[in-house]
Design a protein around this ligand. Structure first.
Ligand code: KIV
Length: 272
């Protein structure tokens, strides 16, 4: 599955120069086989903290640890040869101080070999972003709906519905650009606001529940494959993998009960 011919991995420069040329294609990945399968089709893969919910069945993204994120990122790096890989800094791993953020983000780059970190936050995180970028850690920011802030935001609410939210989101976008982030995820942002921010910024905007006019798009791969029970409006289901698995496992259970599996061709018998 993992071809051994050396392919050059995309760099931040490869991705950022796509602004105005063509949309950036990205998806989440948490495991080596999935990364290998997505690799030919995407510009970058994000090891999102959404894995807390999608893989580990947690109620929110808040409970996942940095150690867990690092192990999954190592797996994704082993699976993907071409895609740039970004690790999503989990809740509690960067907010305390810029020094804490550097300590943890430098560990991420050293231990995983991935190219960049993503962190949630706008103007409030600008100083931290600058501190990291000044010390050679590329940062993708994440503004609009921030799942790690679910409790203070009062749920998973689309941002930019009123003037205060619009002003705050634009301020956030300018602040993280000024701090040196190379890109920003716009999650759950009203479409006109996502378009406005994309036009105003020089850095690439990656939309999820935002606008087709963002500089690129991202989805949680299990959502778009129909393998996670998401009913979010912004998710287009490109497949129904959950149904395929269900049918296969149902058949397996029937075969086992009927003793029709394993069949002759699946068993080892002495040659007579
Ligand atoms: O955790 C995640 O998967 C994300 C993306 C969907 C942007 O943050």
């Amino acid at each position: 599955m993992y071809a051994d011919t050396k392919i050059r991995r995309n760099t931040i420069r490869d991705i950022t120069k796509l602004k105005g040329e063509r949309p950036v294609v990205s998806l989440t990945a948490y495991t080596a086989p999935m990364a290998a399968q997505l690799d030919p089709h995407v510009d970058f893969l994000l090891v999102g903290d959404s894995l807390a919910m999608v893989l580990y069945g947690m109620e929110s993204t808040i409970g996942v640890s940095l150690d867990t994120m690092i192990e999954h990122t190592k797996a994704v790096m082993r699976g993907a040869q071409k895609a740039m890989v970004i690790l999503d800094m989990p809740f509690g791993s960067f907010e305390e101080s810029k020094e804490q953020a550097f300590h943890n983000a430098s560990r991420v780059l050293r231990e995983t070999g991935c190219a960049a970190v993503k962190l949630e936050g706008g103007a409030a995180m600008a100083e931290t972003i600058k501190f990291l970028v000044d010390r050679n850690i590329p940062v993708m920011a994440h503004i609009g709906l921030r799942p790690q802030a679910v409790h203070v935001m009062g749920g998973y609410r689309t941002q930019g519905r009123n003037q205060d939210e619009r002003t705050q989101t634009i301020e956030d976008a300018y602040a993280i650009q000024k701090a040196g982030a190379f890109s920003v995820v716009l999650e759950g942002v009203m479409e006109p606001l996502a378009v406005e921010i994309t036009k105003k910024l020089d850095i690439i905007t990656i939309g999820i529940g935002a606008s087709p006019d963002c500089d690129g798009q991202i989805l949680v791969v299990e959502d778009m494959l129909g393998y996670f029970p998401s009913n979010a409006k912004f998710v287009k289901r490109y497949a129904e993998v959950g149904q395929t698995i269900d049918a296969a496992v149902r058949q397996y259970a029937e075969d086992v009960k009927a003793r029709s599996f394993p069949a002759k061709e699946h068993t080892y018998r002495p040659k007579s």
